[in-house]
Design a protein around this ligand. Structure first.
Ligand SMILES: [Fe+2]
Ligand SMILES: [Fe+2]
Length: 339
């Protein structure tokens, strides 16, 4: 029976993230607002999750996006290094991009899959697939170019056609779509969700041998297409946020069946630390903003005072001149009269 391991949302950083300046500094701070900007701990969490998956045993591992924090090529190099060090054969891993993997430069995922991630391209590129004994895993990109203030996604029609073609070619074989965004509406859908999620649910409704593994919501979740129906859509906790993010599934009767023995443990202390860090950075920003306001007010006050003093001096100078003129006129007056 085929076993699939599922991880998501590594949000890896680069070692020199602390030296960023300007807009690169602002982007990574904004995107990491609720997470510590610590390269070492992010990497350690990814390594720990891969180790847990490998020790548990699987036929294939799927990592459903947000592999990096903001799509910098050097972060993809870190990912390649971590995957390489895990000892997991490249053909047993499927990767795909999330919204975080598409920020920064124009097409960072394309550069990564042709560069540092080339070893994993056969199972991870658009149009590729991992053919296992009793199922097929198809990576689908929902990453789109957009400002880092948004986190939405969209799946291209050709990608869904590719899944549909595989599903109809082998109707008895389970097909697993691996994608980043959930195939249903979420809160703040227009800015955070999969913009054409109906296209995926339409495919699920048309093909009962198709299931979805996704990430993005950073929560362990599972659901069917209707109440009481079989589970078809699954997500794990984020590797970046949770100490036990691994999910495992077995393939049977045309569907995925989650192995519930690996119930994730909550990480309340980590959550509190992250909240305090996030609060601290917000307070720091507020203090910086207040300082800037005060500096501007003092400058404006100084400018107003300088102007008032100049204007007063000018008035005094004018008054003194007039007084002198009057005195001189008084002195000349009697002389004229005497003449
Ligand atoms: Fe994420
Ligand atoms: Fe995401």
């Amino acid at each position: 029976m085929t076993r699939i391991a599922h991880l998501s949302d590594l949000h890896l950083l680069e070692p020199a993230v602390g030296t960023r300046r300007g807009k690169d500094w602002f982007r990574v701070h904004y995107l990491s607002l609720k997470r510590s900007l610590d390269y070492v701990s992010r990497r350690a969490r990814a390594e720990q999750a891969l180790r847990a998956a490998w020790e548990h045993g699987f036929d294939h591992l799927v990592i459903t996006g947000d592999l990096t924090e903001d799509g910098a090529l050097v972060q993809y190099e870190v990912l390649a290094d971590v995957l390489e060090a895990s000892g997991i054969p490249a053909e047993k891993i499927t990767l795909l991009p999330g919204n975080h993997d598409a920020y920064g430069t124009a097409m960072p995922w394309d550069l990564a899959i042709a560069g540092p991630l080339a070893r994993w391209a056969d199972t991870s590129r658009e149009g590729g697939a991992a053919w296992l004994d009793d199922c097929v895993i198809v990576p689908v990109s929902s990453a789109i170019p957009q400002t880092f203030l948004r986190s939405s996604g969209r799946i291209g029609g050709h990608a869904l056609d590719h899944v549909g073609a595989i599903a109809s070619r082998e109707p008895g074989r389970p097909v697993v779509i691996a994608q980043h965004h959930p195939p249903y509406a979420v809160m703040h859908q227009w800015v955070h969700g999969l913009l054409n999620h109906e296209a995926v649910t339409g495919l699920l409704e048309a093909r009962d041998n198709v299931s979805v593994l996704h990430g993005h919501i950073h929560r362990r979740k599972e659901r069917g297409l209707y109440a009481g129906g079989p589970l078809r859509i699954f997500s794990p906790f984020a590797v970046a946020d949770n100490v036990a993010p691994l999910r495992m599934y077995e393939v049977a009767d045309g569907l995925l069946h989650p192995l519930t023995a690996l119930a994730p443990r909550p990480d309340p202390l980590g959550a509190v630390c992250r909240d305090v860090e996030a609060m601290g950075s917000v307070v720091l920003r507020d203090v910086e903003a207040i300082g800037e306001h005060v500096r501007r007010d003092v400058e404006q006050l100084g400018e107003a005072l300088r102007h008032d003093v100049e204007s007063l001096g000018e008035t005094l100078r004018h008054d003194v001149e007039q007084l002198g003129e009057a005195l001189r006129s008084d002195e000349r007056g009697p002389a004229v009269r005497r003449a």
